[in-house]
Design a protein around this ligand. Structure first.
Ligand SMILES: [Zn+2]
Length: 65
């Protein structure tokens, strides 16, 4: 009984870890896409007290130098 439960936990853990890995790969791809959009954007900044934010691509820059 104990043995069965721990085996089932292990399968579940493996499945979760595989999903986490897939999500991390997807996240990296999305970050790369976002970065490429922001790098090629002709920024149109909207300034706030603490940062500048592009209206077109959401790129933010600190106003403090
Ligand atoms: Zn932009």
């Amino acid at each position: 009984m104990m043995e069965q439960k721990s085996t089932s936990n292990l399968d579940h853990v493996r499945q979760i870890k595989a999903e986490i890995r897939a999500i991390e790969i997807k996240k990296q791809q999305l970050q790369k896409q976002l970065k490429s959009i922001q790098q090629t954007c002709d920024h149109e900044f909207h300034e706030t007290a603490i940062l500048r934010k592009c209206r077109k691509c959401k790129w933010t820059e600190s106003v403090y130098y």
